[in-house]
Design a protein around this ligand. Sequence first.
Ligand code: F6P
Length: 545
Amino acid sequence: MTARALLPDLPAYSTLKDQAAKLQFASLEDLFNADSNRANTFNASAAGLQLDYSKHLLNASALSSLLQLAEQAGIPQSIERLFSGAHVNNTEDRPALHTLLRASSGDGQEARFQEVCSARERMQIMAQRLYRGEHTGYSGATITDVINIGIGGSDLGPRLVTQALKPFHGNVQCHYVSNVDPADLLDTLETLNPATTAFIICSKSFRTEETLANGLAARNWMLNAGATTADLDKHFLAVTTNLQAAQDFGISAANCLPMWDWVGGRYSVWSAVGLSCAIAVGWDRFAEFLAGAEAMDQHFRHTDAKSNLPILMSLLEVWYCSFFGASNHVVLPYDHSLQRFPDFLQQLTMESNGKRVSADGRQLDYATAPVLWGSAGTMGQHSFHQLLHQGTLLCPVDFILPLNTHTDAEQQHRILVANCLAQSRTLMVGRSLEDATKALTERGLGDDEAARLAPHLVMPGNRPSSMITMQSLTPHSLGALLALYEHRTYCSGLIWRINSFDQWGVELGKEISTDILARLEGTECGNAMDAATERLINLFKDAQQ
Ligand code: F6P
């Protein structure tokens, strides 16, 4: 790989530094006053989603420099490389073809697309049998509950999608177990009947300790309930690239759906990893989910950067992270069914871009992925929004707002919407000392007391946020939303010069855990540890006596 210029060496970088130095003191309200059309111009839409980025510390010339940065970072060419199957995951020498999983044609990837289509057909048959109540268990009773056992990308995506599409659920309840803490599985099994429960062991590698431990426990639960080993075929499905390991586990080839090494776990919900979602909502809805993502893919691939949602959102991320020193990014979905969205995005963005060397192995001396966190509105308003409004950290926010509710509680939904708009506006306008003092005197406080308290009521404002709206949360808009963030993540990785598709940083912890487990089990073959870890190992052993 030829060495590419790192971010600080791109020509637009120094201009952007200067622009950021000025804009950090700009008033958002002044920016609106200077441009009566700002609310309309700093807006873009695609695939049923609208992005309003008018409440950002950004003017036309900084935006133009950011667009130049995107060009200089080679984003247009890299988008083509992504879609055409180039080995964008260079450290693992693979493409990252998650877009093919939701494509309606092969577009140069015919052989892989054929594999995707035949896996989709098998997945559709399995999903529909369960969705329609045609799949029966060892006692002949219909399967009513499906438990997806997986972790990371084999859990967060399907869990989010199933929860987000609750209004579209059929009769089968889908549950998710990921934690190796036995309480997770036990809590889930508590109310379930083995005769009417099926498991999907979802693991790209089929080597993940947590998933295998939970899978074995699930198998024992089924056998202890009276199922024979021959019956297990009615209750266990697998999704994996490692078909042999799944079969060794006891899941027949007919019950295994494939994955491919050219799809990263955190980008895999569009594959058979989404089987539980398709069982929950039925195949037609799942196909709409894929179509929503494909619509975003088309937009991303064919739209000029200045109107391209993923590129614009990536430029905003880079703007604050690399030019304002923001180390946090907050995502606030104002829709209860999206409450798991921040969890999903944490893996997507931080496992993808939480890296300290460039794709070609050079150490980076600048910040990469910010810490992403958030929760469903309005809950956060009563916990961490205090920090967003008056804390000392710069935390750019993405508000996500479906404009219609699936419930018939329209008045209550209006309260939700009002809160979302109010938070976004409050972050922007804040409250001056003068207004704070006035508010206190209007409450009947004397001048001295008002002067004493007023500084505590001051809100600096000028805190940036985006607003992403959609008509309502449907399979289509959800697919588009997830694909939007996937592509945003890719673009930010390109600008920071990192490979967004590997995750070497998770390996060492797994190896050390294996060593420590050997020690906890009493085998002394594990490697010697540092004094603090040795002490903790002994503490654990003593506690078992
Ligand atoms: O440990 C991190 C990770 O490898 C993720 O990248 C992945 O999504 C998760 O573990 C689960 O892996 P698998 O699907 O192979 O069980």
